[in-house]
Design a protein around this ligand. Structure first.
Ligand SMILES: NC(=O)c1ccc[n+]([C@@H]2O[C@H](COP(=O)([O-])OP(=O)(O)OC[C@H]3O[C@@H](n4cnc5c(N)ncnc54)[C@H](O)[C@@H]3O)[C@@H](O)[C@H]2O)c1
Length: 334
């Protein structure tokens, strides 16, 4: 696999779940990392282990502030832009803030990168851009209408990326992440993702709550696959690979009932009593996509992507982290 090495890379949202995993991998590969984050949803504990590293710099600030963006970018070779407000329900409850951070913040980053002269800009796009399209598997060029303000913001990012690539020749690549999971993903708060929430519920012997009947499907993507995609997008030299979006997924789908079973089985060696925790059902959630499955052939063909972990393998690899961190988390940082 092509790995980014010996570069200075700005990772926005580097204190978040995906961003902190990128910081870790980029440092391990010998890069210098600048992390720009305002800790809106990120955690200091996610970056604590990098802070003594002389190749790591933390810039606390907001991606909507052009001065901060330029300062963080100075001397960097490329940008991995992850900072955004995630969560469909959050965007339904507060569309103005999601719009501001995800669209104005994105454009501020893109514009600042152009001013500072950084050509390579890899950004976190989202599978929510497929919206109401019923087509399965999801192929990059066939999208539907957005189902939430969050989906609108992520689609607008793609439109700006396209325009900046066309107008200014920037090497921009969007990675449409599909339900990513792995270590450092928070289980806390109303807007947490399903996998850490289900795991925490089981650990505490509470029923995980499935929204709807549990037959909805997702292409759950282990963080290692997403990290790999970022390395590939950061290093590709193929002109035809630039200016495009890619599905960043596993290429497999699993319904929520099966997901819960896989999680339960992975936790049994830690606590056999989890076998008896019942599951619960709640009303379907507004704005949610019913089924999701990615076609990852574009990423394989143009970037050389080879997913290394399927859902079960990812859960197996991460379950020890979840067990140790989520069971010790009482009163942990928010
Ligand atoms: N996790 C997924 O399954 C998934 C799926 C599709 C897309 N994405 C996208 O991937 C990216 C990372 O998501 P994540 O799951 O790691 O979320 P996260 O909430 O853990 O990370 C986002 C980070 O961005 C920071 N941030 C938010 N607003 C900011 C601002 N105004 N200025 C500076 N920093 C700010 C937060 O503090 C946080 O550290 C986001 O762009 C998200 O939309 C994630």
């Amino acid at each position: 696999m092509n790995t980014l090495r010996n570069k200075r890379v700005l990772i926005t949202g580097g204190a978040g779940f995906i961003g902190s995993n990128l910081c870790e991998s980029m440092l391990l590969a010998g890069n210098e990392v600048v992390c720009l984050d305002n800790f809106a949803t990120g955690k200091r504990s996610n970056v604590a282990e990098f802070e003594g590293n002389p190749r790591f710099e933390l810039v606390e600030g907001d991606i909507r502030d052009p001065g901060i963006c330029r300062k963080a970018m100075e001397g960097c070779d490329l940008i991995l832009h992850q900072a955004a407000l995630g969560s469909v329900p959050r965007s339904i409850n507060d569309p103005l803030t999601s719009n501001d951070v995800n669209i104005t913040g994105f454009l501020t980053m893109l514009h600042s990168a152009r001013e500072v002269g950084i050509k390579r800009f890899v950004y976190a796009a989202s599978s929510s851009t497929y919206g109401d399209s019923k087509a399965l598997p999801k192929v990059e060029d066939v999208i539907g209408l957005p189902l939430s303000p969050y989906a609108v913001t992520k689609y607008v990012n793609e439109l700006y990326a396209h325009v900046y690539h066309q107008l200014f020749g920037m090497d921009i690549i969007g990675l449409r992440y599909f339900n990513v999971f792995g270590k450092r993903q928070t289980p806390d708060g109303a807007y947490a993702a399903a996998i850490p929430k289900f795991i925490k519920a089981f650990i505490e012997h509470r029923s995980p709550v499935l929204h709807g009947d549990g037959t909805q499907t997702r292409d759950f993507t282990y963080i290692a696959n997403v990290v790999q995609m970022n390395h590939l997008a950061a290093t590709t030299t193929r002109p035809e690979a630039l200016g495009k979006v890619y599905n960043a997924a596993c290429g497999d789908r699993t319904n929520l009932l099966d997901l819960v079973q896989i999680i339960r089985e992975a936790l049994l060696p830690f606590d056999p009593a989890i076998a008896d925790v019942p599951i619960a059902f709640g009303p379907p959630r507004q704005g949610d996509v019913r089924d999701s499955l990615a076609d990852v052939s574009r990423a394989k063909r143009l970037l050389g992507y080879k997913p290394t972990h399927r859902l079960k393998e990812g859960i197996q690899e991460a379950i020890g982290w979840y067990w140790h961190n989520l069971s010790e988390q009482e009163g942990g940082d928010a």
